[in-house]
Design a protein around this ligand. Sequence first.
Ligand code: PGA
Length: 251
Amino acid sequence: MLLIGNWKTYVESRTKAKALYAAAKRLAARGHHEVGVAPPLPYIGMLTPTRPGKRAPKLVAQDIFVLDGAVQTGAVSVAMLRDAGVTHAIIGHSERRAQGESNERVAHKVQHASTQGLIPILCVGELARDADAAYLAVIREQIESAYQSVEPKFRHAIIIAYEPVWAIGTGAVITPDDLAEMVLYIRKVLAGVLSEDAAHTVQVLYGGSVDAGNVRNLSEGTGIAGFLVGRASSEVASFSALVQAAPRSHA
Ligand code: PGA
């Protein structure tokens, strides 16, 4: 599975960042899972990435700036991130969308990341579920709008992270049945923006209160390829326990 720790603003010291990264290296070296970490920007440049490979942790950006060649005070370019060893970028996280990031802006970022050589991890998710299933239209719109500006040759590499907002940081976890249904729905939407075959090979991750206690349940029979983990990734013990509890292959 692909297990990515999104440290958000939980990690606020270099010592802790180094300890978490060292743990990610040990966990990745075991070769049971692909492991990634998304540190806050000050720590990204401080961590020394090992040579990329399946047994090295991936360095992931929590967000990107779209500069298109402009010089901007306070920004960080994708070229800088890549130079620091970053290979993936979380885009459209609900905590960014809550700060006013629109589907249009997310689409621009996905396109920018793709053309600049980063693999986008596109976050989608509904604020709440309703009896009429209107939330499905929200997910469809988030996916379709993000793909439309990306050249077809870059579309296959995009990873989707399904993160229902009501489950993020709340301890409310989706049921495996609802998750399985959502993965199927996401693939149906993807079949409209990719070929049917390609839609089946896209990695779909889940995020929202995942921990060592629920990771196995959420993996089995749901079609999930991995997890984007917030709080439980911010301590060495809880992240290590989670990676060890994840089943080696998903069904
Ligand atoms: P959480 O966050 O695991 O703390 O719910 C997940 C995320 O926001 O990616």
